[in-house]
Structures are given as structure tokens and as C-alpha cells.
Design a protein around this ligand. Structure first.
Ligand SMILES: [Mg+2]
Length: 583
């Protein structure tokens, strides 16, 4: 409670008003009219400040009587609309914006760091955060491979990387050449389907999927991050060719943009193409940039330019070791590359901090396939041939598998916390099969939280929820004039939904939400990670024994009777300012 008290004091007036909202929202539930602190769906109060006023005596929206029989319902509906709008816009306290902290750690599951004895890390985009400069270099190089080696048209050379075109977590329908965002219920979010660089009209999209925007499960090749090759449905339907691919890692941003650019070129020049070949060629060209080591060379040449927040990584690792935690690294990257990056970030003795270093691990197979034994590398990175019967501190291992790792270290269960940026390759198996605790690194969180903190977003979303509540409650008015009003409201709601979506990304919106649902990506983030954060350095904001408590988000049949929406992530963490000297 001390932490919350401190946070409330720091939050100032806005915090107190939030508290008042949560309390007063319960009292307005017993009234006959709409609860302005509720979108009409039993959700937590959307607009702090509103509900309190509604619960007080006065001309609040909830106190309006229904129109008498024969009265003008159209006038009544618009009166309710304007009252609600006034409530939303007048009573949103200025301090309520900017409350979320982009450097906070968010919890899906309760976890106490005090119980964690062993910390494991992925390397690329987990310990080493890279500059976005890499994206355009990957794009350019893969594009040139397509032209020079795959003999694609030279006109493609005119396409440059478009920063911010795509977002992580999108699906690509190979057969239909469609890039799109899919929600947790497997529905395509309307307005987010692109063929090439142009949007596909909603009607066309629905027609393409046989009169629906729902994608059947068997087409989702990456359900739970795994090929469903064993399933009857998957075998039956995939004999017609591959179906949907989900782009999950951060390297896939240039891949999606290249795919869209090439399709755009073919369409605008009226050139017919085979969708499957095109997808495969682009995927191979991008792979060449990674696998053949081109990208490693760029990074090694100018570590200062490409690796971000190196000092903070040093501070995180050092602090953990000083608190007697054991550290290990499991990465798919080669030793020489990791060694250079770690020396740059942590110093030449970085290996002293780690109990175990495993490179070229071949995740996610590392977590599921027992067959590959560990191999040892000498200090120069040369492969040794001897059989591995123990894993020693200070040595470097290659390949191997998690089953041997568990047997040789005894590091089992929830005393181990592993961080990675790839939900499927890094985290899914650990969560589903092995019971380690997991932390997801989601760099996009920082930008998205800054947008959520803006007044524009806050006002749009709050009004959108209030309007949704009005629609739900007023739908009983079915005369022609009322229906017309409701139609106008629906149109306005749709416009606001698009507006709030576009604040994140004009093509695809937020990586976490479709209009009102979690995205396919988001659902898996919640399923596969105990905690998630923008970068590993967020750990510096918390005590090493900190316990993360997830918000108890009300289920649809539950009333929001508790107030812990006020805690996690809504306030600055109490440690933030105290820890600032470490950063
Ligand atoms: Mg990674």
C-alpha cells in the first residue's frame, strides 16, 4: 500500500480523481441510466472524472428519464448524446494523460523476482537492441539480391525502405498476396488488409474469404508458434500449398516492406506473378542477409552506431550478479558476433558475469529436440570434439538442447526467468512445456505508450467508449427516426475507431489491439510471457526482490468492484526515481 500511496502522491490530482471514479462508478450502477464511467460492457471506467459527476445529483446523463410515450425520441437521443459528450470532454482531468510509464514492466502473471535465482537471456533484440538503421540496410541488400541473383526486374531498384509501413505480428496470405492484421478471434481487422502498398477494400477482402473476414484455424501455420503438421486439418488443407505466415521478429519489418514493394511493382506494371515463388524468393533473399552473415558484418564494423543502450545492459547484468543471481545466455547467433557486441556493451570480461553461454542454439528446436548434443568451443571460437558431460562456467557451448541443459544444470521450474523477444522461438515452449518463467522484450511498447499518453488518444478513446455505451443502451429505440440517429452514431464510432487506430500506424494500427479486441500477437504475448517490457533495462527501475502483480481485469460477467486498475503500470513505479543513478 505504501507503494500505491507514493504513486498516488506523485500522480497528484489525477490519481485522486481516478480513485474517486472507481468508487463512484459502483454507486451509479444502481441508477437507471447509462454509467458514463462504463462503455456499457462492464469494463473499467474509461474516463476518469466522469463517473463521479454522474453519481452526484444534477443533470447527469444517467438521471435523464426515458421519453414519454409519443414524445420525440430523436430529440431525446441527441440530448443524451450531447450530455455524454459534455461529460467526457469537460471532465477529463488534464493530469490523467501521461500516466503510463514507457519504462515500466507489465505483468500477465504474478511473479516475485525474489524467487528467481537464475536469469537467462536471448541475445539479438533482447540484450542487444539495434538501431532502426538496420531495417533499411536489410531491405536494400535483399532487394539487390532479388535483382542481381534472382533476376527480378531492375525497376525494383527504385523502391526504398518505408519506415513505419508494417508492424510486427501481421499475417501474410501467400496464395492471395495479402498482408493483414488478425485479431485474437482470427478475424481480419477491416481496413488493415494490403496487397502491395495499397489497401484492399473491405468488400473485396470479405469476398476473398468466402463471405467472411474470419480465417480458419487450419490456415494459421503458426498457431502457438508451431506448425500443426500433425493435425488432420493441417495435412488436408496444406496439400494445396502454404497458407498464412505470421511475421514475428523485428527483422521481418524489412521483409514485409520488400514483399509489399515487389507486389506493388508487379501490379502497377501489369506483370503476372506466381504468389508462392514470390514469397519464397523474398524470404530467401532476406534469409541470405542474415544467414550469410552480411548483417553481422555491418554491426561488427560499427557497434557504436547499431547497438543501443549498451551501458544499461552492463548495469542490469552487474546488478543481478551482485545480488548472487546466476546468468546464462542462449542465442542463435555465432560466438564471434556475440562476443564483439558484449565486449562493446559490457566490457572485455563480460563472460565472467555468465555461468553459461550457448551460441548457435537453433531455437526453437533447442527447446523441443533432444537429439543435438552440446559442443564446446575453445577461446578462439574453434569447435572441440569431446563429449560434454558437464557444463562449466566460463566455457562456450554450441548447439545442444534444453533437456541436456536441464539435466546438467538442474535449473528447473520457476526459479528460472528467461528473457527473449520472439514469442514463439524464445518463449512459447518454455512456458508451455518446461515451466520456466518468461519475460518478453517488446520494443514497440515505448512508442505505443507515448501515444496512449497523448491527450488526443485519451479523448478519442474515452469518447469512443462512451458512444459505444450509448449505442448499447439506446438500441431499443427502433422507430425510423431513432434508427437514423443510431446509424449516425455508428458511423461516428467507426470514424473514431479509425482515427485512434491511425495514431499508432496509418496502415495497421497498434500491434496490441484491433479496434476493440486484442490482436493475434497480443493474445500470444499474454499466453507466453509472465512479464513484458520495452527493453531489458526496464529491470533497473525495480528492486531485485520486486513482486509484479497483474491487474485483475474484470471478466465480461464480472463487475469492476475492485480498484487495482490503479496499480500496475498506471502510475510511475515507486523505484523509478530512486534507481535513476544507475542508468
Ligand atoms: Mg532475439
Amino acid at each position: 500500500m505504501a507503494a500505491l500511496g507514493g504513486a498516488l502522491r506523485k500522480g497528484g490530482g489525477a490519481g485522486s480523481r481516478l480513485l474517486a471514479v472507481a468508487v463512484s462508478c459502483q454507486s451509479c450502477r444502481s441508477r437507471s441510466g447509462p454509467c458514463p464511467g462504463d462503455g456499457g460492457h462492464g469494463q473499467p471506467p474509461a474516463a476518469p472524472g466522469r463517473a463521479r459527476r454522474a453519481a452526484e445529483p444534477g443533470p447527469a446523463a444517467g438521471s435523464q428519464p426515458a421519453p414519454a410515450e409519443g414524445a420525440d425520441t430523436k430529440t431525446y437521443l441527441w440530448a443524451r448524446y450531447h450530455e455524454m459528450k459534455k461529460l467526457v470532454y469537460d471532465l477529463l482531468p488534464p493530469g490523467v494523460c501521461n500516466l503510463l510509464n514507457p519504462a515500466a514492466i507489465y505483468a500477465n502473471n504474478e511473479i516475485s523476482l525474489g524467487d528467481v535465482e537464475i536469469y537467462g537471456f536471448d541475445y539479438d533484440y533482447t540484450l542487444a537492441q539495434y538501431s532502426n538503421l538496420l531495417h533499411s540496410m536489410i531491405f536494400d541488400t535483399a532487394r539487390d539480391i532479388l535483382i542481381e541473383q534472382f533476376k527480378y526486374p531492375e525497376g525494383l531498384g527504385k523502391y526504398d525502405y518505408i519506415p513505419g509501413f508494417a508492424i510486427r505480428g501481421l499475417h501474410y496470405d501467400v496464395q492471395k498476396s495479402l498482408l493483414m492484421k488478425i485479431d485474437a478471434f482470427h478475424y481480419v481487422q477491416l481496413g488493415t488488409a494490403y496487397r502491395g502498398l495499397k489497401p484492399v477494400p473491405d468488400e473485396e477482402l470479405i469476398e476473398l474469404y468466402g463471405g467472411t473476414q474470419h480465417i480458419p484455424l487450419y490456415q494459421m501455420s503458426d498457431f502457438y508458434g508451431k506448425e500443426c503438421a500433425d493435425s488432420y486439418w493441417h495435412r488436408k488443407h496444406l496439400q494445396h500449398g502454404p497458407s498464412l505466415k505470421q511475421f514475428m521478429d523485428i527483422f521481418s519489418l524489412p521483409e514485409m516492406t520488400l514483399l509489399s514493394s515487389v507486389i506493388d511493382y508487379f501490379i502497377t506494371h501489369g506483370i503476372e506473378f506466381d504468389q508462392v515463388h514470390l514469397y519464397k524468393d523474398i524470404s530467401d533473399a532476406i534469409k541470405d542477409v542474415h544467414v550469410k552473415g552480411v548483417m553481422y558484418k555491418w554491426i561488427e564494423k560499427d557497434l557504436e552506431k547499431y547497438i543501443l543502450h549498451g551501458d544499461e545492459i552492463y548495469a542490469v547484468l552487474n546488478r543481478l550478479v551482485n545480488h548472487n543471481k546466476k546468468l546464462f545466455l542462449i542465442t542463435n547467433s555465432p560466438f564471434s558476433f556475440v562476443d564483439k557486441g558484449m565486449k562493446h556493451m559490457v566490457g572485455k570480461n563480460w563472460r565472467d558475469l555468465f555461468d553459461m553461454v550457448i551460441v548457435q542454439a537453433d531455437k526453437p528446436n533447442f527447446f523441443t529436440d533432444r537429439r543435438k548434443p552440446f559442443r564446446k568451443l575453445d577461446d578462439k571460437g574453434s569447435l572441440q570434439w569431446d563429449k560434454i558431460s558437464q557444463l562449466e562456467k566460463g566455457k562456450i557451448y554450441k548447439e545442444g538442447n534444453l533437456f541436456d541443459f536441464l539435466r546438467l544444470t538442474g535449473w528447473r521450474g520457476s526459479k528460472v526467468l528467461y528473457f527473449g523477444d520472439h514469442l514463439y522461438s524464445d518463449l512459447a515452449d518454455l512456458m508451455l512445456r518446461h515451466g520456466w518463467r518468461t519475460g518478453a522484450i517488446v520494443p514497440e511498447l515505448e512508442t505505443e505508450i507515448r501515444i496512449i499518453n497523448t491527450e488526443q488518444y485519451m479523448h478519442s478513446l474515452t469518447w469512443q467508449q462512451a458512444l459505444t455505451g450509448l449505442l448499447e443502451r439506446m438500441q431499443m429505440y427502433q422507430d425510423a427516426e431513432s434508427k437514423q440517429v443510431l446509424l449516425e452514431w455508428m458511423k461516428e464510432r467507426q470514424e473514431i475507431r479509425s482515427l485512434t487506430k491511425n495514431l499508432f500506424n496509418p496502415q495497421f494500427g497498434s500491434i496490441f489491439r484491433t479496434f476493440h479486441n486484442p490482436t493475434y500477437f497480443s493474445r500470444r504475448l499474454v499466453r507466453f510471457s509472465d512479464i513484458y517490457m520495452a527493453s531489458i533495462s526496464c529491470l533497473l527501475n525495480y528492486d531485485v526482490n520486486f513482486t509484479f502483480y497483474p491487474r485483475r481485469t474484470p471478466l465480461q460477467h464480472e463487475a469492476p468492484l475492485w480498484m487495482d486498475q490503479l496499480c500496475t503500470g498506471c502510475m510511475k513505479t515507486p523505484f523509478l526515481e530512486e534507481m535513476v543513478h544507475i542508468r
